[in-house]
Design a protein around this ligand. Sequence first.
Ligand code: 6GU
Length: 223
Amino acid sequence: MLTIDVLTLFPEAFSGFLGASILGLARQRGIIDVRLHNLRDFSADKHHKVDDRPFGGGPGMLICPEPVFRAVEWLESHGFQGRRILLTPAGRTFDQKFAQELSGEKRLLLLCGHYEGFDHRIVEGMKWEEVSVGDYVLSGGEPAAMAIVDAVTRLLPEALGDPDSPKDESFSDGKLEYPQYTRPREFRGMSVPEVLVGGNHAEIRKWREEESKRRTSSRRKSP
Ligand code: 6GU
């Protein structure tokens, strides 16, 4: 069982996502437990304020240190021990290898920011791994947290119906997945490549490897 604590200003944003498909099933089966915590509940301010304007000026609002420190201290006093991940576009890029690493953990904490970012003392004053899900800017860390929860959960044994399926797909060997086809064999003038219906498994494997290589070199920077 992997337990993921999520600190967010918008816990309601996760509900549809957590109930659907593989994730919904993984939760029902007790493979993961996702615990949502509203950062606002940890504000010491009487108006439950969690953000304020940046010193020195500039646009937007920053998450204040107090509610984050209080939330983490509360979690720790209730037994949390594990990796702490702060979601920020300035972080290290999340990838399949990192997902694999996280799928071996027992507990994770994901901190979602909003507004223009975090007061830097959150990063200075407690240990975080700063993680991004790609080079573009989201208005909050929630979609990034969902991407991480999804990518990690589907790697857990028994989360997918077929235990082989996470092995033979994009990125599991650093290559993009080959094109796939299902029925019908002929659709609006487009047919399934002959090799895939010929039953020669060595040929099929070779075709797929070549298609993977072709896609990877045309769509990704070479390492
Ligand atoms: Cl983790 N947060 C935000 N706000 N934007 C992002 C991101 C994270 N990763 C990519 N863009």
